[in-house]
Design a protein around this ligand. Structure first.
Ligand SMILES: [Zn+2]
Length: 227
């Protein structure tokens, strides 16, 4: 008897539960990503990094190298990849938009340091963000913190751009958001093709910023030298 073919039973689009489908703009994390606490993670990373150093032939009894596995472990968990953990997500406080300011708000030249998820070496650069305030505004330092939170993950620049934009849209209750990232990828500048001067630009424009006038106003502003 022929079995009913169910394995290729692709549900119609509206039947899909999108909450359980990982969209491409989410960092690929496992379900059990935060079952181990930070202390255990650091212990395990230290142990494994020590092995990598040993395989490379380094003498771990050397004074200068002895503490490196622990330092790397702490740096990964507490610093450069701390943005993987939702508990480190910045709390966004709102202010009433008292003055009914309805013009473009721009925060430019936000320095960020991230890591390329393909080589685990730094990506660093500047983020430029703009939005049109809806009912609420947030402190400018919060925009900076949102950028840092998404930077502190193994990243690809395109995804980081979208993650920042989506977070701002949600927090600010508006679609009128623009994000531009200009970055240097150490995996390109220090190895591989050794192109020390190349910069990679990514952008996300939504809402009003899809209109050429607002897009240009924003781009002109970030390209001007006003500080
Ligand atoms: Zn890379």
């Amino acid at each position: 008897m022929k079995q009913k073919e169910t394995s290729l039973n692709i549900p119609h689009e509206d039947e899909l539960d999108f909450d359980h489908v990982r969209s491409s703009d989410e960092t690929p994390l496992r379900e059990d990503a935060f079952e181990l606490d930070d202390e255990i993670k650091m212990e395990l990373i230290s142990k494994h990094f020590k092995e990598i150093m040993q395989i490379l032939g380094l003498d771990l009894t050397d004074d200068s190298l002895r503490g490196t596995p622990d330092r790397v472990a702490k740096m990964y968990v507490k610093e450069v990849f701390s943005g993987l953990d939702p508990k480190n997500k910045p709390h966004v406080r709102f202010f009433e938009n008292k003055y009914n300011y309805d013009q473009m708000l721009v925060e430019k030249d936000i320095t960020f340091y991230s890591h390329c998820e393909h080589h685990f070496v730094p990506i660093y650069g500047k983020a430029h963000v703009a939005y049109f305030p809806n009912g609420k505004v947030i402190g400018l330092s919060k925009i900076n913190r949102i950028v840092q939170y998404y930077a502190k993950r193994p990243q690809v620049q395109e995804r980081m751009t979208i993650q920042i934009a989506n977070e701002l849209k949600q927090s600010l209750h508006t679609e009128d958001v623009a994000v531009v990232l200009d970055a240097t990828h150490m995996c390109v500048s220090s190895r591989g093709v050794n192109d020390t001067n190349s910069q990679t630009g990514t952008a996300h424009f939504s809402g009003k910023f899809k209109e050429q006038t607002f897009k240009n106003e924003f781009l002109n502003y970030i390209n001007s030298n006003t500080k």
